[in-house]
Design a protein around this ligand. Structure first.
Ligand SMILES: *Cc1c(COP(=O)(O)O)cnc(C)c1O
Length: 418
């Protein structure tokens, strides 16, 4: 009852009891009281192939019996070497160097530090970071600094560093975004880097923008030597229909952040991939120019083994076909919903809002919806008034039906009849 656990993004004062999950399989969470819940948000966007995937679990067990953990400064091991080689082979060619960390936030911190180190070691005073309005890049101080400001980081605002913000490229207003980026890049003191979530802002409300805009933003940065950081922590590993969202714009970033689906969502691991010029800016006989970053569990062997199993699944199984089929099946269901607005979809992700939410419910709609869905054995966690669906790729027809039927019931219940 009185647990000492302090949960993330949880107001303990409201007295809501957490779901007690005993085990998970595929798209299902099994609770200690015997319920089977459909994980329609992939456990906060991490689970790609499904929970407890046999190949990933086997790799973890096998690795755990041989090497659990070892310092990664001055030591290396096959799981990390294999993973780095595999990633360099799988990701676009200029991304030739792999730095390990343990979460999406740390992969972003590493990317920001690499960008600043790049300019510092080249003797150019560039330290400003450009960001997109409404972005989310993690909850560490650096991650919050480059992310949207709001109630969730107001207490820390005095400590967050200054960034330059360009508007979100709303349909029809893309030119304003591009002009703002161009102006910032042309400033007498040009920025060090631009960081962006490619094609879709996740925590910002599942807001989608066009690949052409991403391509043009990349071109503007390239023209002004501003480093381009793609935060594919959410979008990577197939979420948007392609392995990377950047592929749809035919671009390659200077720095790429990957985490969530890197291990199939099984254990924590992240990488920041960098191009040769960024690595070489830190390459010297001088120890003062090395990249000063590590964490205790950098490249943990068990996590690397899980990621290698994920890569094997990607190489040997028709993952992209599965994703395409899931996208199509969701698209049909999304189209058939009544009473919702702003329907949008990219790859395996769909999102929408209530057409006419009952006004008195508006401020409290998110938590009400969460409970409504949980009562129907569905884990859906609306972002404000946006409902989104982001299931594991293995989800079956019956569970998809259940999700969209419940969303229809919610739309019927929580919107004002026309
Ligand atoms: C989740 C997320 C992060 C933070 O990752 P954590 O593993 O939670 O630290 C960073 N960027 C994006 C785009 C994310 O979706």
């Amino acid at each position: 009852m009185n647990s000492p656990v302090w949960h993330p993004f949880t107001q303990h004062g409201l007295g809501e009891r957490p779901l007690e999950v005993a085990r998970a399989q595929g798209a299902w969470l099994h609770t200690t009281d015997g319920r089977r819940i459909v994980d329609a948000i992939s456990s906060w966007w991490v689970t790609t192939h499904g929970h407890c995937h046999p190949r990933i679990m086997a790799a973890i067990i096998d690795q755990a019996q041989r090497l659990d953990q070892v310092i990664f400064a001055g030591c290396t091991h096959e799981p990390a070497e294999q993973l780095a080689r595999g990633l360099v082979g799988m990701m676009p060619a200029p991304l030739a160097h792999v730095f390990f960390s343990d979460s999406g936030s740390t992969s972003v911190e590493v990317a920001l530090k690499m960008a600043l180190g790049f300019w510092h070691n080249r003797g150019e005073a560039r330290h400003r970071i450009v960001v997109m309005e409404g972005s989310y890049h993690g909850d560490t101080i650096g991650g919050m600094s480059v992310g949207a400001r709001g109630v969730f980081n107001r207490s820390y605002a005095p400590l967050l560093f200054d960034v330059a913000t360009i508007p979100f490229p709303k349909a029809g207003q893309e030119q304003a975004t591009l002009d703002a980026l161009e102006t910032l890049c042309r400033a007498p003191e040009p920025p060090a880097a631009f960081i962006v979530e490619p094609l879709i802002l996740g925590a910002g409300g599942m807001l989608i923008y066009a690949p052409a805009v991403l391509a043009q933003m990349r071109a503007i940065c390239a023209a002004h030597d501003v480093l381009f950081i793609a935060d594919e922590v959410m979008t990577g590993w197939g979420r948007t229909g392609t392995l990377l969202a950047c592929e749809q714009a035919e671009i390659v970033p200077d720095l790429l952040c990957l985490s969530k689906g890197l291990t199939g969502g099984s254990v924590p691991l992240a990488v920041t991939m960098a191009t040769a010029p960024i690595f070489e800016a830190h390459l010297s006989q001088d120890r003062a120019r090395m990249f000063f970053h590590s964490s205790s569990y950098t490249a943990n062997p068990i996590a690397c083994a899980a990621a290698n199993a994920n890569m094997a699944i990607w190489k040997e199984e028709p993952v992209l076909e599965r994703i395409a089929a899931l996208g199509q099946r969701q698209s049909a269901r999304l189209a058939s919903l009544r009473g919702v607005t702003n329907r949008r979809q990219i790859g395996t992700i769909t999102a929408m809002e209530m057409e006419q939410p009952k006004c008195d419910y508006l401020s409290e709609l998110g938590p009400k919806l969460l409970r409504f869905f949980l009562d129907r054995d569905l884990l859906l966690r609306p972002l404000g008034n946006s409902i989104y669906v982001m299931p594991p790729y293995c989800i079956d027809e019956a569970d998809l039906d259940k999700i969209y039927e419940a969303i229809q019931m919610a739309a019927d219940e929580f919107s004002v009849p026309a």
